[in-house]
Design a protein around this ligand. Sequence first.
Ligand SMILES: NC(=O)c1ccc[n+]([C@@H]2O[C@H](COP(=O)([O-])OP(=O)(O)OC[C@H]3O[C@@H](n4cnc5c(N)ncnc54)[C@H](OP(=O)(O)O)[C@@H]3O)[C@@H](O)[C@H]2O)c1
Length: 334
Amino acid sequence: MSLYRNTVWFLNGIHHYTRKGYEAASKNFEPQDLDVSVVGRSFMVTGANSGIGRATAMAIAKKGGTVHMVCRNKDKAEEARADIVNESGNTEIFIHIVDMSQTRKVWEFAENFKKEYPSLNVLINNAGCMVNKRELNAEGLEKNFATNTMGVFILTQTLIPLIQKSRDPRVITVSSGGMLVQKLKEDDLQSEKGYFDGVMVYAQNKRQQVVLTQQWAKANPVIHFSVMHPGWVDTPAVSKSMPQFHQMMGNRLRGVQQGADTVVWLALSRAAARTRSGQFFQDRKPAPVHLPLAWTHSSPEEIECFMTQLELLARAVESQMDADVNTSARPQFV
Ligand SMILES: NC(=O)c1ccc[n+]([C@@H]2O[C@H](COP(=O)([O-])OP(=O)(O)OC[C@H]3O[C@@H](n4cnc5c(N)ncnc54)[C@H](OP(=O)(O)O)[C@@H]3O)[C@@H](O)[C@H]2O)c1
């Protein structure tokens, strides 16, 4: 089954996820969709110093939006900010140094942000990683899961009260078409069973992001949630984590602006806000979250089990924080 699934997925990818796939899809784009000004609106972009996140931050800055860049490396963040300010002429670009793999730090950051800023219109969960060895973070969580799932979960959940009181609120998560080869593994969220394959662990996290988005959309009707696949894009993430794939695909990979296009469209356009909340997008269009005949559907019980585990893990981090002497910055999880 998985060989069938992987083959169908790869052939589909060659057709749609490449530069040619983007060029074909973009013929149906409405150029005026991005004819907007977002002066006065604020956007948080995680992983905004590189690749798709940086191209997204740049596009938003050019439309006048305030951008909160969430990055883990100060030097890289400052270099990217200088570039964005210089090219866009927009100085409302702010840096926040946060390592998204450190669950507790993400929580503290989100809680402080909520106190400091009166609104946040759009959250873009873009930062992501593919760690090919099983490593744990300070809270004992597997690193890919901690970054791609727990970091996204904690950041989004904590910011939801702020986002939902803002105008035209949206949350966009950059997932991957790779999730199509994975069924939610609610019985092994941290990849403890069997052989540890970084590519599949990453794809599992990306499936988790799709399920999370669907659940958030149901629970928070005021906010527009979406999750998307950028295509196969030439970025450091791909060249470092999948060097053979990067070499094999060469210039068939998309450029970063092509990869960021749907993120930007979901974040800025009125057309995106009119679509149903909770959907998966590819090239500005809702796309199926399962391959034909693929055994990747989950039951409501399996999804509930997944959500319960995320909450339990969050509570465990919260009680570690409770145990600290200085509880003044302790976040209130909602
Ligand atoms: N490129 C593709 O073909 C492709 C396909 C499907 C999905 N995606 C998704 O697209 C998103 C962006 O990736 P990209 O391709 O643009 O790669 P990229 O250029 O390497 O960017 C990844 C960004 O995430 C940041 N990041 C990673 N781990 C982090 C952490 N623990 N804390 C804070 N920031 C962290 C990176 O920071 P540093 O610069 O400090 O490392 C970088 O800014 C990811 O979610 C990825 O899974 C990409």
